[in-house]
Design a binder for this molecule. Structure first.
Ligand code: SF4
Length: 171
């Protein structure tokens, strides 16, 4: 994959790839219901309670919304998450951010924070991870350029902002 392929993707889509392909497809096609959902509000509240003094939500074009950015020996970008149940999606979202920034000449590392678990994890991007990320980007392009994936009920549907959209007919 060259540097421009997958350039229209966002960090949110990378994370949805690991959560639900339908959610990824809906979001990519501008059917976006996440902003007002209760779980999103809870996530924002955790961030505000735990990190009141840091500058919040640094947006870079429409590709990424970083929870906060910090300069130590080098630049660090931070993401604050409610739980680590979806750690793979968090990791690849962070790889995506690091890849984008490094491709634009920024020397950067990442850190994932799980304040509810008192846990944090430093994230670096190496060649192996970059290859895996490129494969994910290719698969996302295939999914979003096809028809909407067939609906498949999962445990996470109960807490998903799209639940009513996906399963309204079932009452
Ligand atoms: S409700 Fe379920 S199937 Fe629909 S987008 Fe959410 S997780 Fe995916």
């Amino acid at each position: 994959m060259n540097m421009n392929e997958g350039d229209d993707l966002t960090g949110v889509e990378i994370s949805y790839y690991f959560i639900c392909k339908t959610k990824l497809w809906l979001f990519h096609h501008n059917i976006q219901l996440e902003r007002e959902h209760e779980n999103v509000k809870i996530g924002k509240q955790i961030h505000e309670d735990r990190y009141p003094r840091v500058k919040k939500e640094v947006g870079i074009r429409n590709k990424m919304k970083l929870d906060f950015v910090e300069k130590r020996d080098q630049l660090y970008i931070h993401e604050v998450k409610k739980s680590n149940k979806m750690e793979k999606s968090h990791l690849f979202q962070m790889y995506f951010y690091l890849d984008y920034l490094q491709d634009h000449g920024v020397d950067v590392k990442g850190e994932l924070h799980y304040p509810e678990l008192n846990k944090k994890k430093e994230v670096e991007l190496d060649e192996e991870k970059r290859k895996e990320l490129n494969k994910v980007k290719e698969e996302i392009q295939e999914i979003v350029s096809d028809e909407m994936p067939e609906l498949e009920k999962k445990r996470i549907c109960k807490k998903c902002a799209y639940q009513e959209f996906c399963f309204a007919a079932e009452g």
